[in-house]
Design a protein around this ligand. Sequence first.
Ligand code: ADP
Ligand code: MG
Length: 726
Amino acid sequence: MIKLKTPIQYLSGVGPKMAKKLQRLGIENVRDLLFYFPWRYDDFSQPQKIKQLRIGQEAIIKAKILQIKLSRTRRKWMSIIEAILADDSGEIKAIWFNQPFLMKILKPGDEWLFAGRVNWDFKNKSKTITPSQYENPQTQEPMILPIYSETEGLTSKYLRKIIKPVIAQIDKLIKEFLPDNLRLQEKLLELKSALKKIHCPQNQQDISKARERLAFDELFLISLKLLINKKELLKNSATAFKIDTKLLKAFVNNLPFKLTNAQRKSAWEIIKDLSHPVPMNRLLEGDVGSGKTVVAAMAVLVAAKNKYNANSNWQSVWLAPTEILANQHFQNIYKLFKKFQIRVGLLTSANQKADLKKDDLIIGTHALLQKNISFPRLALIIVDEQHRFGVKQRAHLRQGYGGQAHLRKSEIRNPKSERNIIPHLLSLTATPIPRTLALSIYGDLNLSIIDEMPPGRQKVITRVVNPENRKKAYDFIQGQVKQGRQVFVICPLIEIQNANLSDASIGVRPNASDKVQNDNSKFKIGQNKLFDIDRKSAVEEYEKLSKNIFPDLKIGLLHGRLKSKEKSAAMKKFQQGKINILVSTAVVEVGIDIPNATVMMIEGAERFGLAQLHQFRGRVGRGKFQSYCFLFSQSWSKETKQRLSAMISCHNGFALAEKDLQIRGPGELAGIRQSGLPDLKMASLSDIILVKRARKSAEEILKNNLEKYPQLKEKLEEFKTERHWE
Ligand code: ADP
Ligand code: MG
């Protein structure tokens, strides 16, 4: 008898060795397995014609093997099988790496169904296919096969095999937690039936109904949790500040620029919150460069000029996701406040300049979150680039009230009201999430949007550069540097691990620390292996540029694996103009401000989401010089072309995020996946209708009293401890 909690090892066909591998996918027990959803399906019931295949496509063909041969590379002795496949429309070459055993299965003259990615062979100027699945057209197996994210030695075939017996017992395993009337009203499948259909669909409709139910569950539980958080939060109170408009005016007049209307409006919304004894929980959303810093600084000003007691004022902390950014903020904000006698301190793991007793504002990284640090007068928390906090840090931030940081728990007893006084919270993000969506998914937050850029910003001229024009791009960069400008080169990976065909073809995962927060789950693991070899790496690129391309220029290197001191040093040099070209991984993405940089060159641009590319592009064009963004790509699929050309024509982060969703469809979470939203397995935040339905249902349940639904309550507890809130 299996139970949901039964360790995966005890399932038939698993055992300790496979259990280890399954654990790598996060599958520890039967429950995890059931909730490990396929990310796509190969529908063998509808094969395509070879002639009509498009490059970059995941295709299914039904084809006869005309020839098949095995060869070995001289280096590494790796095996390559090449076959010519044919249907009545044409022929295509198929290639398998390191699977010599297939020679025993795939025989000339036999007909098979193949699923795989269509590539372009530059040398022979023809299409090829790298099949990842094959099926005998005569088998009794259902024709729609779920494809799971795989890892080394763990195939979808294997996962299908071990899930089957679990599905057979699903009635005993799964309890329904949605109240019947809600489920019927929303026309949703029962949970057990949804799980059955997601793993063993008979047709496309099964898949969509199952997805609907599972996606609804995620959004519903999130909404419910957020609404409960909000209620909890409002049981506390916060310091109501006096607003000194004269002081605020003086601050604004002292700025070297005029605030935009959107900045004024947002600042006012925030300041109004601060004047109430209710804990602020507000998200300030604004495109890269829209000027969020100064708006948040106004909130700090308010707090720092309100008396805590006769001798001291209220304190604020400003959390930045990286050392680099914390340093930069420290310098800028220090200047902003110079005339206003506000003491600013810096606290990062490398830098402990803060005086926690005396400083009015402490800027820092997550070093601020250490449990042994406390802020007795804390009244305001600012979380900058909130979406950039790592998974673990986000967990930390989410704990508590709605919930940010144990900082929020540094509460002070209010003798008059018996309520706790907790700090106000302001989160900043450049992630462009449309208002309707943000309100639903950040249900416990209020929202201010800066939807207007400061005047006079130039558009960054954006070009997709074909391989044959690479030299021209380098010449251009040389010219810019001659004029005194600086250049960013972004690469998707730190270094190519074991950069030879055989290892790469196993599908080495991109380095976890700098994991390209990648858009393209198609590249996940083991798929399209050749790409792994081509991946540009920052380290390699750095060597190439400094030795071969620009031997006379000063080149710097920045990536996530450097020590934080080394990172700061590289950044500092770049800031001071001692480095002409900075080669970096995605770590550079966050709010760095270098007005002298005019070229942003991005390698492997197809690997990044549009929102992220837009963030990179926002690193240049911040000064008075015309700036440029060059996109290099190694894929020429239609999807890549569409996405990269959107970058050329569109300069608005909100619009780009929506385009990404359109192009890649709601199934792919696109840019939003990187944004620090809950990790959803199934739901798409772009499915606004479902988001709204879930939100409405959650409100109804709460109105009706959650206590009436013990199953649901139990599920909610479970859900909180699950991965969603990491
Ligand atoms: P982000 O919203 O990406 O955090 P920042 O706050 O870093 O943007 O602002 C980007 C740059 O724009 C900074 O150099 C800042 O001084 C400048 N800036 C902010 N507001 C204005 C404005 N209203 N007019 C002109 N420049 C501004
Ligand atoms: Mg910023």
